[in-house]
Design a protein around this ligand. Structure first.
Ligand SMILES: [Zn+2]
Length: 232
């Protein structure tokens, strides 16, 4: 089973959880979208051997792109030849979402970085999928070596149709079925373009456990259970 998007270092006991998951055949894209998460993810990667792909970028909730960190991001992409770029994108809940504002600049910078390094681009979008699609078309997508991934997909039919023209991958989360317009759009996605994810982060334990400090093994069990449920 492949978890297409997980923030493993935001869970408690990430080393123990990683070892248990690897043993049980879990595969993952490990997302690192803050400079702190980059460092923590690099530290944990050896546990995953070849069974995880890291994804390095800056999330839209991080505000202005930290220009000082750009050399570090280049270094990470050079040192990890399979790493994806992201997650990055637009989120209407955070500052800088307006047309032409800093969320857009940060997204464009990273989308271009994915093209430069010929890497997949992990996209976060809460808000305007059409704007994301237009930006990508403007800067030269689709490119065979840089597929785009709509993580925690929440778009509608039009998004799927336009996304497929850009060879997008749609990664579904448990919440992807909550919105009627997304529920209607999912059947249009070919199986080959579908993936599944937990997007587990610091909210995973409080959401699924009554006790405040469950064991690593209990958390790993829950991740496996949740991921299986999403692959309806
Ligand atoms: Zn995420």
């Amino acid at each position: 089973m492949l978890d297409y998007h997980i923030h493993i270092t935001r869970l408690p006991h990430p080393e123990n959880i990683s070892s248990i998951l690897v043993e049980r055949g879990y595969r993952a894209n490990i997302i690192a979208c803050t400079p702190k998460e980059w460092v923590e993810t690099v530290a944990i990667l050896p546990i995953w051997k070849d069974f995880a792909t890291p994804c390095f970028g800056i999330h839209p909730m991080e505000g202005l792109f930290p220009q000082k960190k750009l050399p570090h991001l280049y270094e990470l992409l050079e040192n990890h030849p399979k790493a994806f770029v992201g997650e990055c994108g637009l989120d209407k809940r955070f500052p800088g979402y307006e047309l032409g504002s800093f969320q857009e600049k940060s997204f464009i910078l990273q989308a271009k970085l994915a093209l430069e390094f010929k890497r997949p681009l992990m996209i976060h979008c809460v808000g305007d999928y059409r704007r994301i699609l237009s930006i990508l078309e403007d800067i030269g997508y689709p490119q065979e070596d840089s597929p785009i991934i709509f993580h925690r997909f929440g778009g509608d039919k039009e998004t799927v149709i336009r996304g497929l023209q850009l060879n997008a991958i749609f990664s579904l989360h448990a919440n992807s079925r909550k919105k009627a317009s997304t529920r209607d759009a999912i059947p249009l996605i070919p199986k080959s373009s579908l993936r599944f994810e937990t997007d587990a982060d610091e909210s995973f334990v409080p959401k699924f456990f009554k006790e405040s400090s469950p064991t690593a093994s209990a958390i790993a069990d829950k991740l496996i259970e949740e991921l299986s449920k999403i692959q309806f």
